[in-house]
Design a binder for this molecule. Structure first.
Ligand SMILES: C[S@@+](CC[C@H](N)C(=O)[O-])C[C@H]1O[C@@H](n2cnc3c(N)ncnc32)[C@H](O)[C@@H]1O
Length: 447
């Protein structure tokens, strides 16, 4: 690969004898990986025949999953490069925590955090870019995450709304992406000898805002997919100088190499952070640090939010649908209406005033002229056992249904909604009308 001018010289200076091995990796193919979804009743019921587990990532495997395979479409797997999986492994939030993923799109780390949280507690996934926030919401829906909301704000706005609010915050920072060079040619084009300093200035602003939102006793995880000390060790040094955070040393017994204090201000505590290098590990490379505030985590105080609750008519429309389609208590959470849409919102929400919430929880459906139209997200959020009726499709029918076609099941009478499955995995809803399954795959998801 043609590396940008100045890049190789910089890493020869930093790495000395190790530089040749590091620079040679840019001519090797990129590595792929995925995680299985522990939120599913049978997480390993996916095609793992050729996949080898990633030793440091509880649900991770090396290998590639086809984006059109049922395992992907039904949210049984999430494709994520192996190094990136170290971040979720280091964070490992406990179920019940209040967690903020500040730079969250498209959702690789958020779905990993949600896996560890097991549906308990609150995950706030924030993304500054509106288009990317929409992709994030749909990836969380596909993965069946019901205890998350998505916000679309800059970090300073959130810091004003949510002082000392979260038990854990992940900053997976926008960076120069040197670890993406093998996968993303644009990252190579952007790089100049001053780009790392420009990224570092933005990263300092982001971590400063993140720190304001961290509760006493809380944990900040900072990560990048770049090798540049300006964006890695030097950001940790800045946090140690400007906040009461301390580095929690990571386990360097496996693939994670110690970070390099000499590439920042020499503070030996920085070595507790970790680096994944592509020359010594099967992955693209990453930096990760875990830092903690002194003190004891406070009790969560739910914010006083004035949410629009459903009207009596809307409640009836919802319960008519739910009673007829779902088993009892399939949906938990507080019912709230946003525009024409009904959501089940997670409990323990902080105050939402001043925050742009673009995905307030699990979208249940839309009220349309005195009718309730269920949302696609129910198909991947709820297990098949939650539905009174499921319709299993053959592999050939699966492809046609995703395309938007109807299927026939003459043995099923009446009119009702059903979960559509392939290989037992729910991936869409359908409306059965006298033996014909009308296709409810949203137009934007048809292929
Ligand atoms: C490395 S990516 C996050 C990847 C994500 N965590 C994942 O695992 O899928 C960084 C994200 O930060 C966002 N971003 C860019 N500028 C930002 C800023 N000033 N403050 C917060 N986020 C920003 C980008 O839009 C991008 O989605």
């Amino acid at each position: 690969m043609k590396l940008p001018d100045g890049f190789a010289d910089k890493y020869r200076r930093l790495l000395g004898a190790e530089a040749d091995g590091f620079l040679a990796t840019f001519d090797e193919p990129a590595t792929s990986g995925f995680r299985v979804n522990p939120l599913r009743p049978d997480p390993t019921d996916v095609n793992l025949s050729l996949s080898e587990p990633i030793p440091y990532s509880e649900w991770g495997y090396y290998g590639k999953v086809d984006g059109n395979a049922v395992d992907h479409v039904s949210g049984y797997v999430y494709s994520q490069e192996p190094s990136a999986q170290m971040v979720g492994a280091v964070a490992s939030p406990q179920p019940g925590m209040r967690v903020l993923d500040l730079c969250a799109a498209p959702g690789g780390k958020s779905t990993h955090l949600a896996s560890a949280m097991r549906g308990q507690g609150l995950l706030v996934s924030n993304e500054i870019n509106a288009g990317r926030a929409r992709v994030l919401s749909s990836n969380l829906e596909r993965f069946g995450v019901a205890n998350a909301i998505v916000t679309n704000n800059d970090p300073d706005t959130l810091a004003k709304a949510w002082p000392e609010t979260f038990d854990m915050i992940l900053v997976d920072a926008p960076c120069s992406g040197e670890g993406m060079f093998r996968k993303d040619h644009d990252a190579v084009q952007y790089w100049t000898p001053t780009y790392n300093d420009e990224c570092a200035a933005r990263q300092r602003d982001i971590v400063a805002a993140a720190f304001k939102m961290l509760a006493p006793g809380g944990t900040l995880v900072y990560s990048t997919c770049t090798f540049a000390p300006e964006e890695d060790e030097q950001i940790v040094a800045w946090l140690l100088d400007n906040t009461d955070l301390a580095v929690v040393p990571l386990d360097h017994a496996g693939v994670l190499a110690p970070a390099r204090p000499e590439w920042a201000d020499g503070n030996p505590a920085i070595a507790g952070a970790g680096r994944l290098w592509p020359q010594s590990h099967r992955g693209e490379g990453h930096f990760v640090a875990r830092l903690q505030r002194p003190g004891k985590l406070p009790e969560h105080v739910p914010g006083r939010n004035r949410l629009q609750t459903p009207t009596a008519e809307q409640r009836t429309l919802w319960s008519d649908f739910a009673d007829y389609t779902l088993v009892a208590d399939a949906v938990t959470g507080d019912l709230a209406v946003f525009g024409d849409y009904l959501y089940a919102m997670p409990h323990d929400l902080p105050r939402l005033k001043g925050v742009r919430v673009t995905h307030p929880g699990l979208q249940l459906g839309e009220f349309k002229k005195r009718r309730f139209v269920p949302s696609h997200s129910l198909a991947t959020a709820l297990p098949p056992a939650s539905f009174h009726t499921t319709v299993e499709l053959t592999d050939a029918e699966f492809g046609r249904y995703r395309h938007g076609e109807t299927v026939r099941r003459p043995d099923i009478d009446g009119r009702h909604f059903a979960l559509i499955t392939n290989q037992g995995k729910g991936f869409a809803l359908g409306h059965l009308v006298n033996g014909t399954v009308k296709n409810l795959v949203p137009k934007g998801l048809r292929v």
